[in-house]
Design a protein around this ligand. Structure first.
Ligand SMILES: [Zn+2]
Length: 194
């Protein structure tokens, strides 16, 4: 479709060029000064028409060059974008594979731990986890409360929890309690006060 106007302009140019040539050929047969001037006028008209068509053709060629440059730039931008997208996709795939490996390792580790744990404790853990949205274990706070439901533990119970050697459940939420001793630095600071 885009080549049709260009073809038409070339045909027009050929017509005007032929006219200029024909008039120039006729110049040799001219008898009078008036005929000569008239012919010169025809030549000038045909020549200016030819020039106009050629100028338009040149303009269109420049436009086409500009469009070709813009197409190349757009293609380069698309290619760069595609490359970026591919790189991002590859990075996400690697990330997913790493996470999947970590998940598989954790699952294997969990299965191994469960296999060496007393079945009644596993059953208890699963029962509490099911009732408590998956959180079956929680710490006792350093001042003796359940860290999740915040119910205060009886001193004797807290004392037992601190030893971390028996299964003690919170009397309120039934989660299995454990104790995290404060870091060594805290204890040395706390000692003179007690
Ligand atoms: Zn609790």
């Amino acid at each position: 479709m885009s080549c049709r106007p260009a073809t038409r302009r070339r045909q027009e140019a050929a017509v005007f060029q032929a006219r200029v040539t024909k008039f120039k050929d006729q110049l040799v047969d001219v008898k009078t000064n008036r005929e000569y001037q008239a012919l010169q006028h025809e030549i000038a008209t045909a020549q200016s028409e030819l020039n106009a068509v050629e100028e338009k053709e040149l303009e269109r060629m420049l436009e086409a060059d500009q469009i070709a440059i813009e197409i190349k730039q757009a293609e380069a931008a698309i290619a760069a974008q595609q490359k970026e997208t591919e790189a991002e996709k590859a990075a996400r795939a690697r990330e997913l594979a790493t996470m999947q490996r970590a998940l598989d390792e954790a699952a294997t580790e969990r299965a191994a731990l469960l296999a060496t744990t007393e079945p009644r404790l596993v059953a208890l853990y699963e029962q509490v986890a099911k009732a408590r949205k998956g959180i079956a274990l929680c710490t006792a706070t350093r001042d003796g409360a359940c860290s999740v439901c915040h119910v205060r533990l009886r001193p004797a119970v807290f004392q037992q929890v601190r030893q971390n050697d028996t299964i003690i459940q919170c009397e309120s939420c039934h989660r299995i309690l454990y104790y995290e001793p404060p870091p060594a630095a805290d204890r040395t600071v706390a000692t003179p006060a007690s």
